[in-house]
Design a protein around this ligand. Sequence first.
Ligand SMILES: NC(=O)c1ccc[n+]([C@@H]2O[C@H](COP(=O)([O-])OP(=O)(O)OC[C@H]3O[C@@H](n4cnc5c(N)ncnc54)[C@H](O)[C@@H]3O)[C@@H](O)[C@H]2O)c1
Length: 328
Amino acid sequence: MKAKKRTGGERLVRAIGAPLGATQNPFASSLPFHHSPLAHRRRFYHSLFTSHCRLFSTRQSLFASRCRSKEGWVVSKVAIVTGSARGIGKAIATRLARDGYAVVIADILADLAEQTADELRQQGFSALAVPTDVRDEGQVQRMVEEAVKAFGGVDVLVNNAGVIWRASVTETPTDAFDFVLAVNLRAAFLATKHVAPIMRGRGGGVIVNIASIHAFATQAGMAAYAASKTGLVGLTRACALDLGQWNIRVVAVCPGAVDAPMLRNQRMDEAEVAETIRLWSSASPLNTILQPEDVANCVAWVVSDQARMLTGVAILLDAGVATDLRIR
Ligand SMILES: NC(=O)c1ccc[n+]([C@@H]2O[C@H](COP(=O)([O-])OP(=O)(O)OC[C@H]3O[C@@H](n4cnc5c(N)ncnc54)[C@H](O)[C@@H]3O)[C@@H](O)[C@H]2O)c1
């Protein structure tokens, strides 16, 4: 059966989950259609209410792209965050939503992406889940198109989706190496390529690549991951040079260990997770590891006008771990 074409207003209600969505319409009636004066009055109020809903949701979306954050320095716009169904990406999307951005939750985990977008909408934010495998150019293109369709453009792209493969270079299957590079590096190239013309049309934008401390110093057993994140820093510099003419800034944020799924999901039991956290904390002059919100705060600053002179650089956000040569 051919799907019913949605009006712009309906698409917005669906996209941003306006609190006054039609399904919650208190005037909706289960009674059959008839011509009583009461029914006329009810239909009148219903249509008044529905048009108000549409106007409200359109306004909410426009408002979302114009208001200012509590901090007073982020002009609110539209952001795509890849890999934002959970972990660091979710923290970044949540922070940007709080700063007034309409956010696109793009993740390969479709159900979790919808759940995250739903959580944000329930808090009154504008959020749209777009199931995306960032390795697939067609899906990346669709992700950008959906953002434009729902919110009118893209001002910020955060390339956060990432995977890790722990094995020494001789034990890393070639397919695994290709897989890690496809998600961590090639996907950032694809998203940048397709989003930059949209940003250009808006007069500029900011692209943030979530790299890693492993782009600066690494550990044994990290061949694929370190190569991908070092490549991402190189891509950041090259894109900053190519896109600066269109007022597009490109910055890499390189976290040290973060208490987020990637650290916990590496086939480690609880004791190993605790030991990993202890080791990374003890390597930090601050004796701690990062929380996802620490990365989100850094990204929020990078995309703000406060950082308008920042491009082509990699910010090492590692609680000081890489400062120590450990040679006494
Ligand atoms: N956790 C850390 O200690 C740490 C440290 C430095 C950098 N990072 C980087 O931060 C980012 C987020 O990591 P995290 O710790 O939140 O882990 P995570 O595993 O929760 O984050 C990865 C997200 O990317 C999504 N993803 C994976 N493959 C995808 C694909 N092909 N298409 C679309 N989405 C895909 C996952 O579903 C997940 O939601 C990664 O790029 C990671 O390399 C993490």
